[in-house]
Design a protein around this ligand. Structure first.
Ligand SMILES: CC(C)(COP(=O)(O)OP(=O)(O)OC[C@H]1O[C@@H](n2cnc3c(N)ncnc32)[C@H](O)[C@@H]1OP(=O)(O)O)[C@@H](O)C(=O)NCCC(=O)NCCS
Length: 406
């Protein structure tokens, strides 16, 4: 029917192993755009039934859009990856939710009929582009007290979330962080993480050529005792530490989104159907609470409640903001539906790339849990926002029944 919206399905997601930012990190001498190229090439390799010329758009997010993350990175990465010159691309920025926004924006284009096939993802090389590089905040922000100055330092916003919710103690955050490390280690041991990684050739002046095949940041075996005495870099006697926060990382992600009817035409298997999404703003100085209103809004628009959600992928920028989200919805700190294979505290958070990392992991959990019908991916966003995308599991019996009936 002309004008009707089309289904959008997530076919596949991949990412580079995440590295530690800095001179000693695995990607110290690797370009950011080359990390994106690896992801795009891997999607094409995994789906030989997709003619490259059928890709209608390449949307790539980066928070700092200069140097090797500049020059309209979606377009440059498409060219560098060998996609036909007829395939356009663009760059996206919504800080930590860059890749999430690349997905929601292009998904809306698929739904409305502008695209059949898109590649969406993100990259952040925080070693080459430290947070805040080149920013020039308007002096009115401070002069007119539009936001508290702490709003510009993410770790300070996390301390503010602690102030606002005193029940979110450092002990609870450390316990959450230990669990994130443990769950990731278990997932690695079971081979669940490796499935979505694309190996990246690396080079180092000291060590020569190498191959990155696994994440660099995890610290398996982390204990509460290890975390108890760590410094609190964002406030004297604070609660946020390197152990209960995501680190500074390099990495890229990309996913393949297509119209439901195009998936059928090209023989691509849907691994998630997008149900809906929402972004919401909050006070910038407590940006960590952003996922709460974003999730409320996304659920309301989808006609669902939190009880309908069987799996959660919550970005772990800081343990305290995850716990604020869980507390709000009455979910236990150790609920097995939440980040079953750990999260950013253990494996890293290369800002603009992480949204697709969450989606890729949710798609894997859906495969393992056909009894779950709906899941969500959510994240907090700098300058006071949250983003949530709700997904349906195509492995669920009711989804299959409805597809057959349609
Ligand atoms: C918190 C932060 C400042 C720490 O940076 P850092 O000092 O470079 O971090 P390091 O990895 O060197 O860790 C600091 C110390 O904690 C220790 N540590 C970190 N995690 C640990 C763990 N799980 N177990 C034991 N020790 C740990 C390190 O060994 C190191 O110890 P050292 O000082 O004796 O060498 C930085 O990671 C950060 O800014 N994170 C937030 C990123 C962010 O804002 N993202 C956007 C979100 S919206």
């Amino acid at each position: 029917m002309p004008g009707s919206l089309r289904d959008v399905v997530f076919v596949d997601g991949v990412r580079t192993p995440f590295g530690k930012a800095g001179q000693q990190g695995i990607y110290a001498q690797t370009r950011a755009d080359d990390l994106v190229v690896k992801c795009i090439r891997e999607l094409l390799r995994r789906h030989p039934g997709l003619p490259p010329e059928r890709v209608d758009e390449v949307a790539v997010a980066a928070t700092t859009q200069i140097g090797d993350q500049g020059l309209t990175i979606g377009r440059m990465a498409a060219l560098l990856a060998g996609l036909p010159k007829s395939v356009p691309g663009f760059a996206v920025d919504r800080m930590c939710a860059g890749a999430m926004t690349a997905v929601t924006t292009t998904a809306s284009g698929i739904a409305s009929g502008a695209y059949d096939v898109v590649i969406a993802g993100g990259v952040e090389h925080m070693g080459h582009h430290p947070m805040g590089e080149g920013v020039d905040p308007n002096p009115r922000i401070v002069a007119e007290r539009l936001v508290d100055t702490s709003a510009l330092v993410m770790g300070q916003t996390a301390e503010n979330v602690h102030d606002r919710f005193p029940q979110l103690t450092k002990d609870r955050c450390d316990a959450y962080a230990v669990a994130s490390q443990r769950k990731l280690a278990e997932a690695y041991a079971a081979g669940r993480i490796q499935r979505d990684l694309v190996p990246v050739a690396t080079r180092s002046q000291e060590q020569g050529w190498g191959l990155a095949t696994s994440d660099e940041p995890p610290r398996p075996g982390t204990t509460l005792d290890d975390l108890a005495g760590l410094k609190t870099p964002f406030r004297p006697h604070g609660r946020v530490t390197a152990g209960n926060a995501a680190g500074l990382n390099d990495g890229a992600t990309a996913c393949l989104l297509v119209a439901g009817e195009t998936a059928t035409e090209l023989g691509l298997t849907p691994r998630m159907r997008m149900v809906g999404y929402a972004f919401a703003g909050v006070e910038p100085e407590v940006m960590g609470v952003g996922p709460i209103p974003a999730t409320q809004k996304a659920l309301a628009r989808a006609g669902l409640t939190i009880d309908d959600i069987g799996l959660f992928e919550v970005n772990e920028a800081f343990a305290v903001q995850v716990l604020a989200f869980l507390d709000h919805f009455g979910i236990a700190d150790d609920d097995p539906r939440v980040n079953p294979d750990g999260g950013a505290i253990a494996l890293g958070h290369p800002l603009a790339s992480s949204g697709v990392r969450l989606m890729t992991q949710l798609a894997r959990h859906f495969e393992d849990h056909p009894e779950v019908r709906y899941g969500l991916t959510t994240m907090c966003i700098g300058i006071g926002m949250g983003g949530t995308v709700i997904w349906e599991n195509p492995n669920h019996a009711d989804y299959r029944k409805e597809q057959l009936a349609a």
